[in-house]
Design a protein around this ligand. Structure first.
Ligand code: SF4
Length: 400
């Protein structure tokens, strides 16, 4: 992009990740694509003194453009694609009697499962997270649409989450040796970048997204940011696939709440019938739930896991509520549900741009190409679990 930024100098001391963002923007050979997560738009305004829960989606788009990013995309679009993939996968597993299926969009949960419960990895959905789905599309489909070589694209994502940084570097998610997501900035870092460049979010005029292909999202994609949202989004789509018509009572209020573990029964009709689902957030409750599943004390078809209490609206990369379930998370989540209520399209499968992506590029959900680009695998990392004082000590002494 055209670089109007205050460029980093050594005098500023240690380089941080925001410097890398500026390097990308200032490199005339690169095309920068920025994406931001469902939860960011309802938590970011607080960094600039706006009331908790203000939806600053349009302000963020303007800020990105002012910074000089070339293409501003919305991770909500990819959340809809995740539902297409995960929904099809879930249905296949239900029909085959494989249960339960765990969601896979929270990388801190994936790390936790790989290190503490590798025996459950076959139960995890293989669908990549929205961040990685959007990055994969940005590196494979978008270049043709934009008329630029794929190796000139750099994807920067703004996430409420520290674990997304590590996710971006997973070898399973690299393409030709390069990561699909080149840089992850937390919400806090993105705020720092704006302040450094003298941009005050509050004073900006909201604007829309650039890409005519990847900017629409459904209400289902929007609610990914809060605990229970992925479950609700998935069930809206699975119901429609099974029954050939939409769920009448679209807001699955029985899935909403802030209790650490919530469970519900939902009648999906047709060949599938009633399913038992659970939603858990916070790693303490996650451990309790996984232990129950492994011990045969819990019987579910589908389980949503979010490592942060409250889900991404109170994620570890954003300004946090002092105590889980308290005002900030509540306000942010109310806004997310309001976005869903106001959305023109409320189911992922009805997002016209998602339909176009499948028609023009991917074929069908879970197609061979979709598998190659939008799914992943997991690794037993139990060896990283430290059991003894000696192991911990060896680790410390080896790394110093
Ligand atoms: Fe990241 Fe927390 Fe959201 Fe998981 S729940 S994706 S760790 S912000």
């Amino acid at each position: 992009g055209q670089c109007v930024l205050v460029c980093p100098t050594g005098a500023l001391g240690e380089r941080d990740e925001t410097d890398r963002a500026i390097d990308y923007i200032c490199d005339p050979d690169l095309v920068t694509v920025v994406q931001f997560a469902p939860a960011v738009r309802v938590a970011f305004g607080e960094e600039f003194g706006m009331p908790p829960g203000t939806n600053v989606e349009g302000h963020i788009a303007t800020a990105c453009r002012k910074l000089g990013f070339d293409v501003v995309l919305d991770t909500n679009f990819a959340a809809d694609v995740v539902i297409m993939e995960e929904g099809a996968e879930l249905l296949g597993r239900l029909k085959a009697g494989r249960r339960p299926t765990f969601t896979s969009c929270c990388p801190a949960w994936i790390d936790f499962a790989e290190i503490h419960y590798p025996e459950i990895l076959p139960l995890l959905s293989s669908t990549r997270s929205p961040q990685q789905v959007l990055s994969a599309i940005a590196k494979t489909w978008l270049p043709g649409k934009l008329g630029v070589a794929p190796d000139r694209i750099r994807v920067i994502s703004v996430m409420p989450c520290v674990a997304k940084k590590e996710e971006a570097t997973r070898p399973q998610l690299a393409r030709d040796g390069r990561p699909d997501t080149d840089l992850v900035l937390t919400t806090r870092e993105f705020a720092r970048l704006l302040r450094r460049e003298g941009i005050d979010l509050k004073t900006l005029e909201p604007s829309g997204f650039d890409s005519p292909f990847l900017r629409e999202y459904s209400g289902a994609g929007a609610i990914f940011g809060t605990t229970g949202g992925v479950m609700e989004a998935a069930l809206r789509t699975v119901y429609a696939i099974v029954n050939g018509r939409e769920l009448e009572q679209i807001e699955l209020t029985q899935l909403r709440g802030f209790e650490g573990i919530r469970e519900a029964r939902v009648d999906l009709g047709g060949q599938v019938g009633e399913v038992r689902v659970a939603m858990v957030h916070g790693l303490g409750d996650t451990r309790a739930l996984v232990d129950s599943v492994l011990a045969g004390r819990a019987d579910y078809d589908f389980i949503e896991v979010m490592a942060c209490p409250g889900g991404c609206v109170d994620g570890g990369g954003s300004l946090r509520s002092k105590k889980a379930y308290l005002p900030l998370a509540q306000k942010r989540r109310e806004t997310i549900y309001a976005v869903d209520r106001a959305a023109r399209v409320r189911q992922s499968h009805n997002n016209p741009q998602v339909q176009a992506l499948y028609r023009d590029f991917l074929g069908a959900p879970n197609s061979e190409l979709a598998h190659q680009l939008l799914h992943t695998s997991y690794e037993d990392r139990r060896r990283e679990l430290k059991h003894t004082v000696k192991e911990i000590w060896d680790d410390i002494t080896m790394s110093t």
